[in-house]
Structures are given as structure tokens and as C-alpha cells.
Design a protein around this ligand. Structure first.
Ligand code: FMN
Length: 395
């Protein structure tokens, strides 16, 4: 058998509080401070505790060259290496470890910058309920927000005295300005009214559709409404369609060149809201959107050009922001409403749509539909653009 170290692993020295009953019984506080090494690897979801010998061994093992463990030398006894294999940080060529080896190979083959890969892997959520977390946080303290956190940074960074500012002329009232004012993140939906097939199709096209493609030999790039690093547009739109005339509720992939839906699975209407709720980490105010859209990026498309690049992951994330703004404006144009959230259960979404996190990673969830006519959940509309009387600003 031969072994080599996994492609990407970062080791964090961490301090946490632990409860020690024995210490409480003997008159102590029962609280123990634990310091430990935690391995965060790009091919594993788990956070893996290590001892000092394992940390040191990882530093001695090559991520490139396969070696026979017997050749690793006296500093690295077999038991230590076996432990690292069991923890998945040392990759073996044995049949038993094929699944782990494949995950490691995927990271290697995708041209990830190491730090970005670990960041992406370890910021994904599974089964998080943000409402429940907020409730717990709220239960622990009844002090108001400002008292707990202090005042935030000022809204504007002012660099000179007001008298030195050069006043600029007003922006003319245009159609674009009107649309921008209509853009209010929606948290109240009208589930009683289906979205028309035409509203559905044209909003998707405005936000995600390709206006044209161009072929350099071997390289096809799309022209979309929004910019993308290298023109590569790695971000896909996966849909949970809940309430659209003529479109069966279910999972779809949007094909931006053909402007078509690719059906991925039917969902019974009564199951759909629960799936949406799982995706948006328990945020009930988004679960009834007529269309819920997962933005998932095929990293290899961008990393093909920007290999092992310090900025590549950031560039891909920016695309999600551009696309969601296009969706907001496209929705506003038709009198519809939109939302985006980064508080999402990426790992649950991956299993719903069959996505590998390091190949096609979930970055955000957005959606659109008809806004309801009563406010159950607060929206930020200080201009009164969508609500006759503006609700107060969010905290
Ligand atoms: C990256 C990002 C993440 C967001 N996440 C959430 C979220 O988790 N829940 C939510 O209700 N709104 C979320 N929002 C919406 C913001 O709360 C909203 O933009 C803000 O309150 C300002 O309101 P406006 O969009 O109507 O101007 C998010 C917006 C962005 C850009």
C-alpha cells in the first residue's frame, strides 16, 4: 500500500470551554478550557481533532509523492500513519479508501486555491434553523440589540468637512430609477395567486438567459445581462418551482442558452414548502416564494482559466450578487418581487439537486413571485414604493 497527504488541509489551534463534572464534584467551576488542533481539509466535511504528533507528521508527509509507509522513517510510526488514514487526512491507494481518494482527486483536478477550497467546504450548513438559533440567542439575553452590540459603524465614511464637499447634480428620473426604487426585498408572498407562465419565463430570461454565445476555437462564452470574470459565467440556476401556471411543481435546471427548463424531479405541492424551508435554513418568510432559485457555481469553469488563483473564488461569488440584482430588477419591471439570502443549508441543497460541493457549489438562494397585500414579516421600504405606509427599517 502507498500513501500521500491530502491535497489541502489547514490546521487551526482552537480554544473552547468544556464541562467537566468531576471538577464540579471536587469544588471547581466545572468549566474546563480545552485547547486543541483542528484539521480543516478541503475534501472532508468534518472538523478533525489532531494531537501534536499528528500535526507534526502532516508537515512531514508530501501531498504529491506516494510513499510506502515503511519508507516514512522512524519519526512516523505505522500506528501514527494508520491514525491519519483513519481520519481521512492521509490518502491511501487501497481499495478500501477509494471514496476518500476520489474526493481528494476532485479537489486536485479543480485547480482550487487551497485556502479558498477549505473556506468553501467549511462554511456550508446542514440542517441549520436560523429562527431557532435566533430564538436561543434571544432567550439567553433580554437586552436590546443596541445594548448588546453597541452602535454600528456610521452609514457613511466622511473624509472631509461638509463645507469641502463638491455637490453633484441630481440623477434624472428615468425608467431605471423607477425600477431601482421598486426593488424591495420581499418577505410576504401571495400564495393564492399563481405566477403566469409569461412572467416566469421572461423574468428568468432577463436574469439568467444568454443573449448570445460566442465561440473562440474550443471555448464557448455567453453574453448575459451581468458581467462575469473571463466571461465564463460559471453560475447555474437550479429551481424549485412552487406556484407557476403550466409548470408542474418540482425541481428544474434552467438552460440559459436554450432558454428552457430541464426537469430534475417532481415534487408534490404539499412537500414543496418544507423543502424550500430547509433550503433557506428555516426562514419562513421565504418559503412561499413562487419560484426559489439556487445559485450554484461550477468552479472548474472559472478555475480552468484562473488556476490556483488567489482571486478566483471571490470572482465567482461576485457573480451571484450580479445575478440576484438582475433578478430583482427583472421582477420589479413586471410588478413582481424578489429576495436573496446567504443563510442557506448548502449541504441539504446539494443532496436535493445532486451537487458535489467542490465542483458545483451553492453560493446563495434567491427567488421571485407575487408580493402579498399584508405584512407579516418586515420589509425595508422607507420610500413607500411597495407598501402604502412604509414599515420601519430592519434592525
Ligand atoms: C448577501 C445577502 C444576504 C442576505 N441574507 C438575508 C437573509 O438571510 N434573510 C433575509 O431576510 N434577508 C437577507 N438579505 C436581504 C437583506 O436583508 C436586504 O437586502 C436588506 O434588508 C435591505 O433591504 P432591501 O433589499 O429591500 O433594500 C440578504 C441580502 C444579501 C445581499
Amino acid at each position: 500500500m502507498q500513501v500521500r497527504r491530502c491535497a489541502v488541509v489547514f490546521i487551526e489551534p482552537r480554544e473552547r470551554l468544556d464541562f467537566d463534572l468531576g471538577q464540579l464534584v471536587t469544588g471547581g467551576t466545572g468549566i474546563e478550557i480545552v485547547r486543541e488542533w483542528i484539521a480543516l481539509a478541503a475534501h472532508r466535511d468534518e472538523e478533525i481533532p489532531l494531537d501534536a504528533d499528528e500535526v507534526s507528521a502532516l508537515g512531514m508527509l508530501s501531498p504529491e509523492n506516494w510513499i510506502d509507509p515503511a519508507e516514512a522513517g522512524g519519526n512516523l510510526p505505522w500506528q501514527l500513519l494508520e491514525g491519519l488514514i483513519a481520519k481521512g487526512l492521509l490518502i491511501s491507494d487501497g481499495d478500501d479508501h477509494a471514496a476518500l481518494r476520489e474526493q481528494d482527486e476532485q479537489v486536485r483536478a479543480s485547480h482550487w486555491r487551497g485556502f479558498s477550497a477549505a473556506l468553501h467546504r467549511h462554511t456550508r450548513w446542514h440542517a441549520v434553523d436560523t429562527l431557532e438559533a435566533e430564538r436561543r440567542f434571544g432567550d439567553e439575553t433580554d437586552r436590546p440589540f443596541l445594548e448588546r452590540l453597541g452602535t454600528p459603524e456610521t452609514p457613511v465614511r466622511e473624509r472631509v468637512e461638509p463645507s469641502r464637499r463638491i455637490a453633484l447634480g441630481p440623477a434624472r428620473e428615468t425608467e431605471l430609477e423607477k425600477l431601482i426604487r421598486q426593488r424591495v426585498t420581499c418577505r410576504n408572498w401571495d400564495a393564492s395567486r399563481a405566477l403566469s407562465a409569461e412572467d416566469f419565463a421572461s423574468t428568468l430570461f432577463r436574469a439568467f438567459g444568454a443573449r448570445a454565445t460566442s465561440d473562440e476555437p474550443g471555448i464557448t462564452v455567453m453574453k448575459r445581462a451581468v458581467p462575469s470574470a473571463g466571461g465564463l459565467h460559471p453560475t447555474e440556476a437550479y429551481l424549485l418551482v412552487q406556484n407557476v401556471e403550466g409548470v408542474a411543481p418540482g425541481l428544474y435546471h434552467y438552460h440559459p442558452v436554450d432558454h428552457a427548463l430541464e426537469p430534475l424531479g417532481r415534487i408534490e405541492a404539499h412537500e414543496s414548502a418544507a423543502i424550500a424551508l430547509r433550503m433557506v435554513a428555516g426562514q419562513r418568510h421565504f418559503m412561499n416564494a413562487h419560484v426559489v432559485i439556487v445559485l450554484a457555481s461550477r468552479f472548474r469553469r472559472t478555475f480552468w482559466k484562473y488556476r490556483n488563483h488567489a482571486k478566483a473564488y471571490r470572482a465567482v461569488i461576485l457573480d451571484a450578487g450580479h445575478l440576484s440584482q438582475a433578478l430583482y430588477l427583472a421582477s420589479a419591471e413586471r410588478g413582481l418581487a424578489a429576495f436573496i439570502t446567504a443563510a442557506v443549508n448548502e449541504r441539504d441543497i446539494e443532496s436535493i439537486f445532486g451537487l458535489d460541493p467542490m465542483l458545483e457549489g451553492v453560493l446563495a438562494v434567491c427567488g421571485f413571485g407575487w408580493r402579498g397585500d399584508s405584512i407579516d414579516e418586515i420589509e425595508f421600504d422607507p420610500l413607500g414604493s411597495v407598501w402604502p405606509k412604509a414599515p420601519p427599517a430592519p434592525a
